[in-house]
Design a protein around this ligand. Sequence first.
Ligand SMILES: Cc1cc2nc3c(=O)[nH]c(=O)nc-3n(C[C@H](O)[C@H](O)[C@H](O)COP(=O)(O)OP(=O)(O)OC[C@H]3O[C@@H](n4cnc5c(N)ncnc54)[C@H](O)[C@@H]3O)c2cc1C
Ligand SMILES: NC(=O)c1ccc[n+]([C@@H]2O[C@H](COP(=O)([O-])OP(=O)(O)OC[C@H]3O[C@@H](n4cnc5c(N)ncnc54)[C@H](O)[C@@H]3O)[C@@H](O)[C@H]2O)c1
Length: 463
Amino acid sequence: MAETFDVVVIGAGPAGENAGARAAAGGLKVALVEQELLGGECSYWACMPSKALLHPGETLWLAKHTPGVRELIQGPLKADAVLKHRDQMVSGYDDRGQVKWAEGAKLTVVRGHGRLAGPRKVAVTGKDGKVRELEAKQAVVIATGSKPRLPDIAGLKDSRPWDNREGTGAKAVPSRLVVLGGGVEAVELAQAWRELGSEVALVQRGPRVLKRFEPFVGEQVAEALRDSGVRVLLETQATKVQRSGAQGEYTITLTGGDTLRADALLVAMGRTARTDDLGVDTVGLKPGASIEVDDQLRAKGVDGGWLYAVGDANGRNLLTHMGKYQARLVGDVILGKPAKAWADAKATPQVVFTHPQVGSVGLTEDKARKAGVPVKTVQYELGNVAGASVLGQGLKGTAKLVVDEQRRVIVGATFTGPGVGEMIHAATIAVAGEVTLDTLWHAVPSYPTLSEVWLRLLEAYGL
Ligand SMILES: Cc1cc2nc3c(=O)[nH]c(=O)nc-3n(C[C@H](O)[C@H](O)[C@H](O)COP(=O)(O)OP(=O)(O)OC[C@H]3O[C@@H](n4cnc5c(N)ncnc54)[C@H](O)[C@@H]3O)c2cc1C
Ligand SMILES: NC(=O)c1ccc[n+]([C@@H]2O[C@H](COP(=O)([O-])OP(=O)(O)OC[C@H]3O[C@@H](n4cnc5c(N)ncnc54)[C@H](O)[C@@H]3O)[C@@H](O)[C@H]2O)c1
């Protein structure tokens, strides 16, 4: 006999937790199904541990730019202390705190692997093999996240390389690390492990890293990686991977025939939706693919409008904050309130936590032009703003705005430099709120802060 809920959420990462909590706060009876740890990939093997590994290096780098402090610095980071801090950030891979939160939010936690078993039905297989049948009166929300993509490179799979789990969770610093990929995960973890003492080489097939951002971003981050001692190999691919025994040395053959040797190999080559073992075929969807949704987060191609997907599982924006945004909206949609996830296409912010940091929101110049926006851009060097000299000596960075000239509103912004991750929200407000440049002229930035770059950008535009 099936247990009945108003809503069944499969997956308790940030997206699933927030979808469930929003629906429960509106008075609905919600089951939250999780096969591993409540909190999901982000809390234990992605966002939180990677930031715990990166922040000490950034602090040291800033200190080295600060007279009176840099003279005190002796030696590199204390790797043991950083790894211990990482372990605390992931609560020792224990989700008791999250379970307590979920209970407080009036969610019924169901442990086990959830699979759709036809319309509105979910079968949950527990660790003991027993199956619990759940039935949703109103909605099922898929929030199962994503898993690493392992490209078809000879010998790669058999060599059992690191993915984001070992890449954020390793208990010791490898002497030599090779990173395959040039996206956000690759650059963040290459820098983190380099600063903890590894010799690092990063292998990227394209002409620059971070290719989804404005071109200057990839150039500056690659330069920073090189400055910290990372070997950055562009327009290069791994063609073969060999390993001497289960724990042995890696030999990575590259296009052109050169080889790299390493003690650890991190694959950071993108992710795919975790929908392969989810029973989506029982409702007419393709296993293994992202669940395509409309702006109400409703799965396309499923009759009755009862199936929703949020977070990495729908492939819209593989970012925790965007998954949580979709989750809040899906809760509202299920509660019958009007909601539309328009920020996904128009105002998605992202921070890359390298040093220099990268903050971006909305469209790049290239994407805006391709979308037919009448574009004018302005750019200003952050190092020329008085606030930069207060933060440290010789700090650099760049700020760029992409403006829709017709409407006089910003459709995209990108900043690089120290602490810009905290500055990007101002740009997100301007983009999401469609604040005109003429109004922004009266949003006066304080002196002497980095935010004064806004004033310089507006002057550069012609105000
Ligand atoms: C190294 C790394 C660093 C990152 N850093 C950042 C960052 O700084 N900021 C940022 O915004 N994003 C970051 N991301 C992306 C971020 O981790 C994801 O966007 C986010 O975790 C997606 O949340 P989610 O809830 O959709 O999925 P997940 O966090 O993947 O959670 C899905 C949950 O569903 C469970 N599940 C899956 N299938 C089933 C099933 N069939 N039955 C029951 N349970 C199931 C899983 O066990 C998991 O707990 C990073 C990613 C990586 C790899
Ligand atoms: N700070 C953050 O917000 C943060 C940090 C880490 C990850 N994430 C998110 O997690 C997701 C996964 O990160 P990611 O860096 O793995 O993905 P990504 O899509 O950003 O980058 C994938 C990289 O792998 C390369 N690649 C893919 N297939 C390849 C192949 N066959 N051969 C050679 N190179 C190949 C691509 O060129 C690209 O450089 C991203 O969507 C990202 O936004 C976010």
